[in-house]
Design a protein around this ligand. Structure first.
Ligand SMILES: O=C(O)C1=C[C@@H](OP(=O)(O)O)[C@@H](O)[C@H](O)C1
Ligand SMILES: C=C(OP(=O)(O)O)C(=O)O
Length: 416
């Protein structure tokens, strides 16, 4: 489905309810499979959380009575990484864990090697280092492992999530510069909520074993990465515009909550009102170029780059070394699509540099490369120009109601 977006009014005033963080949801779903007396509220309605739930039920399916389950997690990176660890400890169960064409290009060797160090039985079905994987679950007896921490934090979170169910818990030694740190801290914080003991000192993480946990009811905070697109809309809207998003909290576990601070540079102020955040465009931006280090918040890089283009600002974004192995090579995709709109953009293997640009070319169709964030990040430009988004349905990976919610804010959307 290709769509065309336009607006007639840049004064935005409305409220949006966003569903739970997909990162928190997928962690809690895995923890719930390990500790069934956890209940979860405000779960994400994303495809990634839906495929996670389905995959966790793989052994209930009739086909698995033949002995081997087949779990397909499509494009969901967290599901792929977390379930690799989970299935490794499902004793006497065998599963083939696969995903989309792109998932088969996203590296997983660091995690597989770490699990093998712990004693796991995992083999590659197709290409060494990449999904699909065949996992024969067993009891893992080792409790110490070293792994590279500079490629994806999801490998670390995957190990931490199963750690309390290992006989002797787990001691991880992280090698290299640790990337996406808030996601590791989120995992540890969720374990702590279940009264599982953890520590994170320098490059060493420890988790103590815990066989059972108390009955626990957890409410997932709404998704901050999804909120980023409304920050962008607020930044591009008329002074005085206001968007209310729920349900959020000031002491978020999500690193992308740094948005509130970053967007002050675009004249957007955030206030916390109960369980809502109110984004208000209070002034015009002052700088012509902004500088951001995003190694701790890689998922908002696309949003920020597009906001800058919309405002005629430049940006220098650093810490983007993980972008080439996400849903698409996001650095290359961003460069191509920003250039189509008339921008001057340079990229390296870990940074993006956009020059301030006065005019945005109208009626451009943005290609989305099977990446939800390409579609969602470019859409706010509708406040400046008429723009088309190709394969708009990709948004369902994290935010199935995105287009409906944009319409609520007055964006006109037609299928083309
Ligand atoms: O643990 C998580 O929930 C995530 C970690 C990040 O990945 P990397 O650690 O691979 O950067 C992030 O980009 C992804 O969307 C979700
Ligand atoms: C990178 C992302 O997801 P994942 O790695 O879990 O597929 C994302 O949602 O931007």
């Amino acid at each position: 489905m290709n769509i065309k977006l336009s607006t007639t009014n840049q004064h935005i005033q409305n409220s949006i309810q966003i569903t739970g963080s997909k990162s928190e949801s997928n962690r809690l779903l895995l923890l719930q499979a390990l500790y069934p007396n956890i209940s979860i509220e405000n779960l994400s309605n994303s495809d990634d959380s839906r495929v996670m739930q389905q995959a966790l039920k793989v052994f209930e399916e009739p086909s698995s009575t033949l002995g081997v389950g087949l779990a397909d997690i499509h494009h969901a990176g967290t599901a792929m990484r977390f379930l690799t660890a989970y299935f490794s400890i499902q004793k006497e169960r065998e599963v083939v864990l696969t995903g989309s064409k792109r998932m088969k290009e996203r590296p997983i060797k660091i995690l597989v090697e770490a699990l093998r160090q712990l004693g796991a039985d995992i083999s590659y079905e197709l290409n060494e280092g990449f999904p699909p994987l065949r996992i024969r679950g067993k009891q893992l007896t080792a409790s110490r492992v070293s792994l590279s921490a500079d490629v994806s934090s999801q490998y670390i979170s995957a190990l931490l999530l199963i750690a309390p169910k290992l006989q002797n818990g787990l001691k991880l030694e992280l090698e290299g510069k640790i990337t996406s740190v808030p996601y590791i801290k989120m995992t540890l914080a969720l374990l702590s909520t279940l009264e599982i003991e953890t520590s994170f000192d320098g490059n060493i993480i420890k988790v103590l074993p815990k066989e059972t946990v108390a009955d626990t009811q957890l409410v997932v905070e709404s998704d901050w990465s999804s909120a980023s697109y409304f920050y962008s809309i607020a930044a591009l809207s008329e002074l005085g515009s206001e968007i209310t998003l729920s349900s959020y909290k000031q002491d978020s576990l999500q690193g992308d909550s740094v948005l509130a601070e970053i967007y002050t540079q675009f004249g957007v102020v955030t206030t916390y009102e109960g369980t809502s955040i109110v984004l208000k465009k209070v002034k015009d931006h002052e700088d012509t170029t902004i500088n951001c280090e995003l190694a701790n918040a890689p998922d908002i890089a696309q949003t920020i780059a597009v906001t800058c283009l919309g405002l005629g600002m430049g940006c220098d974004l650093y810490g983007l070394h993980t972008l080439p192995i996400k849903e698409t090579d996001r650095l290359a995709a961003l460069q191509t699509e920003l250039q189509k709109l008339g921008a001057e953009v340079e990229i390296t293997d870990k940074s993006l540099h956009l020059k301030p640009c006065e005019t945005i070319i109208e009626h451009i169709a943005i290609d989305t490369y099977q990446d939800h964030r390409m579609a969602m990040a470019f859409a706010p430009l509708a406040l400046r120009v008429t723009i088309a988004i190709n394969e708009a349905e990709v948004v369902s990976k994290s935010y199935p109601d995105y287009w409906k919610d944009l319409e609520r804010l007055g964006v006109r959307i037609v299928e083309i």
